[in-house]
Write a protein of this length. Structure first.
Lengths: 272, 478
């Protein structure tokens, strides 16, 4: 499937700032089931620098804007050819050992209810293969958290999201990571894009899910928000321990002022 | 940090009088001590304190906290090693520093030592100090820890043990230098009578080590800076002292910025490219775009420049995993694996409570052991078995059973003692030693280190927050 992406992130400052520095993790990497045909990240006036591929295989680049800056527009356009690998990440060059993703963070630390959710999901599956256990955990998280935009925010923890029983893709992914840690499975947070589904299921085009490391297969993408493994409708961009760590854009401004953020994203199947 | 053990002074090895007989390296000091009038001693002590105040050395050693403006007690009685003793220590220290660096370069690359089954994968990769952000990144020369502080205790004429390794930003080296400076000013005749190896080459060696770590993108003389968290940090004096001695700039995060492929320093003559950062800031605070987003001490974008080879950071981010207490147990194995040598310095025997057999032993011998938290420091969450009452030990045993993997246990060691000035004259007090090994293109060690002394009679805690002081450390030149 050929997918096109148009993604604009617009920061507008109440008063001009003296400068801005951002670390971008915005460029998808080629891997099996994902070939980048064209990908551009554009920011007017940007001083680009320090581009490299990090240990997790993500492309990272620094963007600097000299002040005064009253707005920043990060515009992404891209075209990607995808195929369905049943969620399995293959041909992705990375140096981080999966075991390093056994740790949890402030956002993904499991509390008692998450541990209980994981235990219940795995009951009777003690000797099951990792893949079956991973599916069981993803299904349990999908059941426990209803898709409900506006109920949670960027710094909502996995424990808080489960307690609310409602959230968005970020919450689904982080609760799944927390549950996986209880089960002893390495897990990480993945950001990317999702093509609009035709059956009207709610989704976000700028999307996030979790990858769990499964013995024999390696990393497998699970999207509890859509109750499936990642497939040809997904474009994988970057990863991290949690939403904060994996954020596509991390930035600071000098002489900080209030900012208004607007994001528009469109992902479509290209006309062929 | 610190030599927390429970043996009695009487069992301890006295570095000056071995079984009552005066040991050779202390011969000249015996006369010096005997012939020094009490008034002169008092005068010199006052003079020493005045000098410390004037130099402004009033900080605590790393991780110990405490009042940054408090004067560290200085004991004028030096600690002395023979050339033979030092040669052996030096070889052992350099060997260890090399192995620790080989380990770091390996685990951020292919992890051969883990694949070979010589150290459990979980201890390395599940460790909080294993830095995912630098996996796969090879720093210049493959060196991660450029300044290795190795804490050593002695229990006999030939018995030395490594208590812990400090691979991140060990502090205290300014005491090594200033203690010597003050002793030379106050007792010049001692330095004429005895041939004491100098330590003042440290700053030159440090600068050379840092320069050798410059990135390949740097042409010509590298620009080196010392990055400090600022004047509120307890080791700020040392940061500014070392920058001064090396003749390089002392900077805070706000003095640096990232643009293009490099890090720049704001100067009155415009931006100057920085090649090597000797940082005295923890990993977590280095760069809000990579680590803690709330850090105001770091430089936004620094880690991206570092990972794309535009700047060197000493010690490298991620070096801390090598000095973790659970990893410590495997340092002798690292020496065998990477260097093909037998360790010259011993580890303190350590039981890892994560192992059921070890845990059973520890629970049965709590009254003889020191139990420490794996990731703790500064003595918090520690049990000194011989000094604890039964109820305390019971309570601790419960915590051990609940999360055994969080603890290690070690026997109590009879730490050596050195003569120390006390109110009544001179008396033995327990000591440890922190030498500072430099790792760059070459591995260097100046003949000396920081000797910390437990000033309270019978005490084995040398931490400055608990009544510890410092001494000058002498190595007799060959």
């Amino acid at each position: 499937m050929r997918l096109t992406v148009r993604h604009v992130t617009h920061y507008r400052f109440a008063a001009p700032v003296r400068g801005a520095v951002q670390s971008h993790r915005l460029i998808p990497a080629d891997c099996e089931g994902q070939t980048i045909l064209d990908w551009r990240v554009e920011v007017e006036g940007a001083l680009w620098g320090a581009a490299f591929r990090d240990g997790a295989g993500d492309q990272v680049r620094t963007m600097v804007l000299r002040g005064p800056v009253s707005e920043i527009e990060v515009a992404i356009t891209g075209e990607v050819e995808t195929t369905d690998t049943a969620g399995v990440l293959r041909g992705h060059r990375e140096a981080v050992p999966p075991l390093a993703y056994r740790r949890t963070t402030r956002l993904t630390r499991p509390d008692k209810p998450i541990a209980e959710l994981a235990r219940a999901a795995l009951e009777g599956r003690e000797d099951a293969a990792d893949l079956d256990r991973a599916h069981a955990l993803a299904a349990a998280v999908a059941r426990a958290i209803a898709y409900a935009p506006g109920e949670t925010h960027a710094s909502t923890t996995a424990a808080e999201a489960l307690a609310q029983g409602a959230g968005v893709c970020q919450d689904h992914a982080q609760v799944l990571i927390a549950a996986a840690s209880v089960a002893g499975l390495p897990a990480r947070y993945v950001t990317g894009y999702l093509n609009a589904t035709e059956d009207g299921t709610p989704h976000e085009a700028s999307h996030a899910w979790a990858e769990l490391h499964v013995e024999g297969l390696g990393w497998v993408g699970f999207d509890p928000a859509n109750k499936c493994c990642t497939n040809e409708h997904y474009i994988r961009v970057g990863s991290g321990l949690d939403a904060e760590d994996a954020a596509p854009i991390r930035g600071v401004t000098r002489g900080g002022a209030d900012e208004v953020l607007e994001v528009t994203v469109a992902v479509e199947a290209a006309q062929q | 940090m610190g030599a927390e053990t429970g043996a009695a002074m009487s069992e301890a090895f006295n570095e000056m009088y071995d079984g009552g007989a005066l040991r050779a390296p202390y011969r000249a000091l015996e006369t010096w001590r005997r012939t020094m009038p009490a008034e002169l001693r008092a005068l010199k002590q006052t003079e020493a304190e005045a000098l410390f105040r004037r130099f402004g050395i009033t900080f605590a050693v790393y991780g110990e906290g405490g009042d940054p403006d408090r004067l560290m007690p200085f004991d004028m009685f030096p600690r002395v090693f023979t050339a033979t003793e030092w040669r052996r220590l030096e070889r052992g220290i350099k060997q260890r520093a090399r192995a620790l660096n080989a380990f770091l370069a390996d685990i951020y690359d292919r992890g051969e030592i883990v694949r070979a089954g010589r150290i459990p994968a979980g201890i390395v990769y599940c460790n909080e100090a294993y830095e995912i952000a630098v996996a796969g990144h090879r720093p210049p020369l493959g060196v991660y820890s450029h300044i290795v502080g190795i804490d050593i205790v002695r229990t006999g004429p030939e018995e030395f043990y490594v208590l812990e390794d400090n691979c991140r930003t060990p502090s205290g080296v300014s005491y090594m230098l200033e203690n010597r400076e003050i002793m030379m000013r106050m007792f010049p005749q001692l330095f004429q009578e005895m041939r004491i190896a100098p330590v003042d080459g440290y700053a030159r060696l440090l600068k050379r080590t840092l320069a050798s770590a410059a990135p390949s993108k740097c042409a010509g003389d590298p620009c080196i800076v010392v990055l400090t968290p600022g004047p509120y940090n307890s080791a700020y004096y040392e940061h500014s002292f070392l920058a001064d001695l090396m003749g390089v700039e002392l900077v805070e995060g706000q003095d640096l910025f990232v643009e293009g492929d490099f890090v720049w320093m704001r100067t009155t003559e415009g931006p100057q490219k920085v090649d090597v950062i000797y940082r005295r800031i923890d990993d977590a605070f280095l760069d809000p775009l990579c680590f803690r987003p709330d850090s105001a001490l770091g430089v936004p974008g620094l880690m991206n420049v570092y990972r794309s080879g535009g700047v060197s950071i000493c010690s490298a981010p991620g070096a801390g995993v090598a000095d973790d207490k659970a990893v410590y147990v495997f340092v002798p194995e690292m020496i065998r694996f990477y260097l093909g040598e037998e360790p010259l310095l011993s580890n303190v025997p350590t039981w890892r409570c994560s192992e059921p057999d070890d845990l059973a032993y520890v629970l049965a011998h709590l009254d003889e052991l020191v139990v420490k938290e794996v990731h703790g420091s500064g003595g918090y969450g520690m049990l000194i078995g011989p000094k604890a009452d039964a109820a305390t030990r019971e309570a601790f045993a419960a915590r051990l059973r609940e999360s055994p993997a969080n603890y290690i246990a070690q026997p109590t060691l009879a730490l050596s003692s050195c003569p120390t000035f006390v109110d009544e004259g001179v008396a033995p007090r327990h000591v440890d030693l922190r030498p500072f090994c430099l790792v760059g293109e070459t591995v260097e060690l100046v003949p000396g280190g920081l000797t910390r002394v437990a000033l309270t009679e019978g005490s084995l805690v040398v931490n400055s927050s608990q009544g510890g002081g410092v001494k000058d450390t002498w190595v007799i030149a060959e």
